[in-house]
Design a protein. Structure first.
Length: 440
């Protein structure tokens, strides 16, 4: 089997960050708009934007993942790039003049908004004044060593990136996108080499602690220890209607533009977007969303957060296609992350594997299905007797040819459920009983 491993795209229930999108990054240009015309006088802003654009092309990790989507006839004939809009850039400290941040003082959340009835609606100005204080800047700095650390000439290189977050509790819990704070996740192995900072619109700063994150839903929770925190009011995304007001609040291109407010409408609901690890149902809006807005708030006319800004379509000539995670989908995930640090009850098979396509099947004379590359210790697959090198052809009575199909079947179950799994081993078909373990 080893001679055809290179033919497959690797996929896993526990996706490797570098490969989780299944995209050849260098071949996919990231475009934020028409390049600025050259001018004789260079302002700080133009230099900063230039850094942002260059960094976003060079470092996909700094901008977030790139994924494919084709959801309208207008885009059917072209490849649309959707970029997750976390920290827009790798921040250039020289350009930011020592990292200083200037943010205008904003008032605290009004009592009227907190206790407002469903019939209350607010102007964009009122929404900005009342919700803005609870939308924070999030900076994560990763420290790497150039060369070999044991050599005297090696030096530590700090790579900061920035995104947004929303304060959801008086005791300091903040929800954001997982891709904004991914490098702080201890599961990624960078926990000791990263610092996580939060910047409030009132000028306060605090170190933050990573509480939990979920790559599949692109949600995460961090926590700060400060008093008198403004808290955002969460709404119900299930009550949204196409055409109603949508206000995006966040930090496009980082802290230098902290607290930026853009407005538009809810363009569509339940847009299916393939992130490379799963398919998300997102809110579509034409409120301007840019790198750095990730983790920020999408707010309705009642001053309630109804979405977490997470992605945009980035194709030359295409504007106003931003996406947010519906708050109703986010709430149970956030609750689990706060309580357990992970999403409780989510089923796991406990394998990584390669899809065997019809072409590969014909070429190597093996069945179509999922080639099991690795079996994780203590997982459902190991307990069921599945071994590396097996080919899974069906799960729960349904044929499977991709890991996406496996994920769809898993969504119908919870940890502890038992299903049948059919495998091919040494040209013999076997049917086993598999009990889903809990994914952590």
């Amino acid at each position: 089997m080893d001679d055809f491993k290179g033919y497959f795209h690797y996929d896993s229930e526990h996706n490797n960050n570098d490969e989780r999108k299944g995209v050849d990054y260098p071949s996919l240009p990231v475009v934020y708009g028409e390049p600025p015309k050259k001018k004789r006088r260079k302002s700080n802003l133009l230099r900063y934007v230039a850094v942002a654009l260059v960094a976003s092309v060079i470092s996909s990790a700094a901008v977030g993942g790139i994924l494919y989507s084709s959801f309208s006839k207008d885009l059917e004939q072209q490849t649309a790039l959707i970029e997750r809009i976390n920290a827009a850039t790798t921040i250039n400290d020289a350009e930011k003049k020592g990292g200083s941040m200037t943010v205008s003082e904003t008032p605290k959340i009004s009592t009227a908004l907190k206790s407002g009835t469903q019939s209350n609606t607010y102007s964009i100005t009122e929404i900005a004044k009342n919700v803005g204080p609870s939308v924070v800047g999030v900076r994560i700095t990763t420290v790497a060593t150039s060369g070999y650390s044991r050599y005297p000439w090696s030096q530590a290189i700090e790579t900061p990136s920035e995104g947004s977050g929303v304060i959801i509790s008086k005791d300091g819990y903040i929800m954001t996108n997982y891709h904004v704070v991914e490098n702080a996740d201890p599961k990624k192995g960078n926990g000791n080499n990263t610092t996580l900072e939060v910047f409030l619109p009132d000028g306060r700063e605090a170190e933050a602690k990573f509480i939990g994150g979920d790559e599949k839903t692109d949600l995460a929770v961090i926590k700060i220890d400060l008093d008198n925190l403004p808290v955002a009011k969460l709404g119900n995304s299930s009550e949204l209607e196409v055409g109603e007001l949508a206000v995006a609040i966040g930090n496009p291109l980082g802290m230098e533009f902290a607290g930026s407010v853009t407005a538009g409408v809810i363009s569509a609901l339940d847009r299916k977007v393939n992130t490379g690890t799963t398919v998300l149902s997102l809110i579509q809006t034409d409120a301007a969303i840019n790198p750095g807005n990730s983790g920020g708030a999408l707010v309705n006319s009642k001053g309630q957060v109804i979405g977490i800004n997470t992605a945009k379509i980035s194709v030359t000539g295409v504007e106003g296609l931003g996406f947010a995670i519906p708050i109703d989908d986010a709430k149970p995930i956030i609750q689990d992350l706060i309580k357990y640090g992970y999403v409780k009850g989510r089923p796991s098979i406990g394998i990584s594997g390669y899809p065997i396509t019809e072409t590969v099947s014909r070429r190597y004379g093996i069945p179509v299905g999922i080639y099991v590359a690795e079996v994780f210790s203590g997982g459902g697959a190991e307990n069921a007797g599945i071994k590396a090198g097996d080919i899974i052809t069906s799960l729960d009575g349904k044929k499977v040819t991709t890991m996406d199909e496996v994920e769809e079947i898993k969504k119908e179950h919870k940890a502890g459920d038992t299903v049948s799994v059919t495998i091919v081993r040494n040209n013999k078909e076997l049917t086993l009983k598999l009990t889903f373990s809990e994914e952590r």
